[in-house]
Ligand binder design. Structure first.
Ligand SMILES: [Zn+2]
Length: 174
């Protein structure tokens, strides 16, 4: 799940929300590639999704170390209900990030479907309400979901939950 070399490197702090839960971001476009030759690399905050650049002097990131995933998926075991049009379905979520989640369901779904998702968090009465999420890929009855829009206040609730997930897992590799 994690790469070898990055565990040794102190991660920068997000300048927007001060979270230490950041991840190397893929270099995109000419500027990212040019400045990486000056040891300036892009990072992505895993909580507030802010993207920023930091100098990593003396460190050489090799292409092979660049994880294809922009967001780390944290293993969870959550239940969810969702609606798509007039269809109502249920499913299980096995991993999650601020960007999206997995969804295992018996309901027939297609790539591009827009779902309204209610995600049941442990020890919470009200589910987290994701107003719009898009189905990015599907294999048999397992789908990848990207969150597009949260009901007011619900993004913050998910951030809080993910923050707890990180702090509850001290053995988690960076
Ligand atoms: Zn942040």
């Amino acid at each position: 799940m994690s790469t070898t070399s990055e565990t040794l490197i102190p991660q920068p702090i997000c300048p927007r929300c001060h979270s230490g839960f950041v991840r190397r971001s893929r270099r995109t476009g000419l500027v990212d590639h040019l400045i990486s030759s000056f040891s300036i690399y892009p990072f992505r905050c895993q909580l507030c999704k802010h993207r920023f650049h930091r100098i990593r002097k003396g460190l050489t990131f090799k292409r092979i170390d660049e994880d294809r995933r922009e967001y780390e998926r944290l293993p969870v075991n959550l239940t969810t209900t969702f609606t798509i049009g007039t269809v109502r379905g249920q499913g299980g979520v096995k991993d999650i990030s601020m960007a999206g989640c997995s969804l295992g369901t018996e309901t027939y779904l297609e790539v591009g479907d827009i779902l309204h998702i209610e995600l049941q968090l442990p020890n919470q009465t009200d589910p987290v309400d994701i107003e719009a999420a898009i189905l990015r890929s599907a294999y048999s009855n397992h789908a990848r979901i990207e969150f597009l829009r949260f009901e007011s206040g619900n993004r913050e609730r998910l951030q809080h939950y993910i923050r707890e997930l990180i702090s509850d897992a001290p053995s988690r590799k960076a």
